[in-house]
Design a protein around this ligand. Sequence first.
Ligand SMILES: Cc1cc2nc3c(=O)[nH]c(=O)nc-3n(C[C@H](O)[C@H](O)[C@H](O)COP(=O)(O)OP(=O)(O)OC[C@H]3O[C@@H](n4cnc5c(N)ncnc54)[C@H](O)[C@@H]3O)c2cc1C
Length: 307
Amino acid sequence: MAEGTDGGFMEKLAKELSQYGQVAENVSFRTMTTLRIGGNARIVVYPKNILALTQVIREIKEAGAPFKVIGKGSNLLCSDNDFNGVVIRLDRSFTEHYFDHDICYAEAGCSIIALAYEAMKNSLSGLEFASGIPATVGGVTFMNAGAYKSNMADVLQEVFVYRDGQLVWMDAEDCEFGYRTSVFQKHRDWIILAVKIKLSAGVEEQIRALMDQRRARRIASQPLEHPSAGSVFRNPEGRAAWQYIEDIGYRGKSVGGACVSEKHVNFIVNKGNAKASDFMQLVVEIQQKVKEQFDVELHMEVEKFNW
Ligand SMILES: Cc1cc2nc3c(=O)[nH]c(=O)nc-3n(C[C@H](O)[C@H](O)[C@H](O)COP(=O)(O)OP(=O)(O)OC[C@H]3O[C@@H](n4cnc5c(N)ncnc54)[C@H](O)[C@@H]3O)c2cc1C
């Protein structure tokens, strides 16, 4: 339903939800994603705590409205259409973390970069790989994000999840982690609330040096000066996605405001007012050409939402 055609139904839902946390209406996905692309979300809610979150879900289900939990929106390509549903964000209230020797408990809305720095200050090693990923703990767990041959599954012991009306600590072994995959991608209505991470004792200066070195590498190799959603394609078996994109001659290729980065060809950047459709046109052209020339299927790592 378009805004104004739902007989005040969503307005009523927004009012109901506002007792459980901050609510905003008609918020552009451009302000909620690192790519800065997309239409408006009808309702955005920041639940105050777990009890409030369970009530938010109950209200949404009763209303029969669609919902989507998002982190920092750093892996999302939202369509240019409006989303007549509820976006749930945990990055205001679910931001506590605790260290207990080499164990860290962190809520899903924590910034993984901030957490990596906190671990470093506690002389704990294990999160250096994540110190440049502009994401939340929940999003990194959902994606099993990684870099430099490490990923989130390497440090995760347990994940605290709200699923089917129950609060459950799941063992990492039951989370089906693989290359940028997890069980959470199969169960889109499960909500990651927190994680238990096992780190190892290290030397603060050495951890800092490694993080600094990696930050410098990212700055040198990634187009951080433009909005993006990180790597667009997953790496197929045996050869990196960027090599195929290079070989089809797409470095610097643009459609509207979307452009294959000159600096890192597996990034498509928003050079200003790019539409989701511009981005997808480039994606489809790349997939078709790589298939024609190499008989290889490139699959998106960036998630399409609300298409
Ligand atoms: C500059 C840049 C660099 C990047 N570098 C890397 C990198 O080195 N390695 C890498 O792997 N990725 C990288 N990425 C991609 C991105 O940061 C990761 O995919 C990250 O895991 C997304 O986290 P997020 O919090 O932004 O989640 P979002 O993009 O907001 O959401 C991603 C998915 O996770 C789900 N989700 C989020 N939180 C929860 C939750 N609490 N419960 C259930 N589901 C949830 C959402 O519904 C959505 O389906 C990069 C992105 C950018 C922009």
